[in-house]
Design a protein around this ligand. Structure first.
Ligand code: SAH
Length: 342
């Protein structure tokens, strides 16, 4: 098995070259080439040919290629279908904001969480992505765009906390000043609510932003649309969130997808407010995006505004998430591990 060099930290890369019988400083040189966008070992002109040959015997770079690229006509969003070394596909999205470029990365090929409104889980789970495959998405987009990526959101295909170790490693790699150099506060991770992992993360006291996909204010409704709720109910989830806030001092974002006739009554807004009142948090309302298999539809614009106003009346800060790239199926919950019908 060849090693994907993007799975390695700088120190590990130094050890890797030492094991090939070379001095450690070569590791640093290779690392710099990798993050400057070298595509092959032959691009690394200050590395002796003999080492380049050894490297290509034992390792490879990146492990993914752009298979398709879709450009939104409504905004500057781009969606990439990337093919991994083993033939599997994932999707990655680039969003442009006035403050910089954000990449939405996938953490798994497929997903096994089974949320009823989400396209990423329709074909089930295939495998976890390696840390190198997670950051490889950022590098791929950065290169294609020719602009630095300043923010990362782990909100693509997969449940990040179902691939916890690799996701944590990928955050360290993103964070590395010699590598991508993306600050923790510019990294966001969204989870459907694996409460045990939220607690583990809390103890690490990272400065990343945590988002919780809540989507319903009580167990009965949440279990109907999110099977994970049968494993970690709302009480357990809320107490893990309290613990996270206490340990990190960071504000949590609760994501609430508004689905017409499912979770969008004003009584549900009241329940949601009383559930999270007093927490250091804010609510991100997401009008549900179309996923053919789900049959769900968006709440009306008026209802979304009423729902938001109702939360605000209770003193809860709420925003409505801007839809991006919905014409290319690049919006929340629309990513899949196969070619999408446009
Ligand atoms: N598995 C993680 C990461 C996915 S993030 C999680 O569940 O948080 C994507 C966000 O979009 C989540 O909040 C998810 O619940 C939400 N989402 C999924 N399907 C959607 C849809 N059809 N419309 C709007 N949001 C959706």
């Amino acid at each position: 098995m060849k090693t994907n060099l993007f799975d390695l930290s700088l120190d590990e890369l130094k050890t890797f070259v030492k094991e090939l019988g070379e001095p450690a400083f070569r590791g640093k040189q290779i690392f710099e080439w990798m993050y400057r966008g070298a595509e092959s070992f032959d691009d690394m002109t200050n590395i002796p040919k003999s080492l380049r040959e050894k490297l290509s015997e034992k390792s490879f770079l990146g492990g993914m290629t752009i298979s398709e690229k879709y450009l939104s006509k409504i905004d500057e969003t781009r969606k990439y279908l990337l093919q991994l070394n083993d033939g599997n596909f994932i999707e990655t999205v680039l969003m442009k904001y006035e403050y910089g470029c954000t990449v939405c990365v996938s953490s798994q090929v497929g997903c096994r969480m089974g949320c009823k409104f989400c396209a990423s889980t329709v074909n089930g789970w295939v495998r976890n992505l390696t840390p190198g495959e997670i950051i490889g998405q950022i590098l791929c987009v950065q290169k294609d765009l020719g602009q630095r990526i300043s923010n990362v959101v782990m909100m693509g295909i997969g449940e990040p906390f179902d691939n916890f170790e690799n996701v944590l490693r990928s955050i360290q790699l993103m964070n590395s000043p010699d590598g991508l150099g993306i600050g923790q506060r510019h990294i966001s991770v969204s989870t459907c609510g694996l409460a045990d992992r939220i607690r583990t993360l809390a103890k690490m006291k990272l400065q990343i932003t945590l988002l919780i996909s809540l989507h319903a204010p009580n167990d009965e409704r949440r279990s109907q649309i999110m099977p994970i709720n049968n494993r970690f109910g709302i009480d357990e989830l809320m107490s893990a969130c309290d613990f996270y806030i206490k340990e990190t001092g960071r504000r949590i974002s609760f994501e609430y997808t508004l689905i017409s006739g499912v979770n969008d009554t004003l009584e549900e807004a009241d329940m949601l407010a009383s559930l999270i009142k007093g927490k250091l948090c804010h609510v991100n309302l997401i009008p549900v995006n179309k996923v053919e298999e789900s049959g769900f539809s968006k709440s009306s614009k008026a209802r979304i505004e009423e729902f938001k106003a109702r939360l605000e009346k209770h003193g809860v800060v709420a925003t409505i998430r801007r839809e991006m790239g919905s014409d290319i199926n690049a919006a929340c919950g629309q990513l899949r591990n196969k070619k999408s019908k446009q």
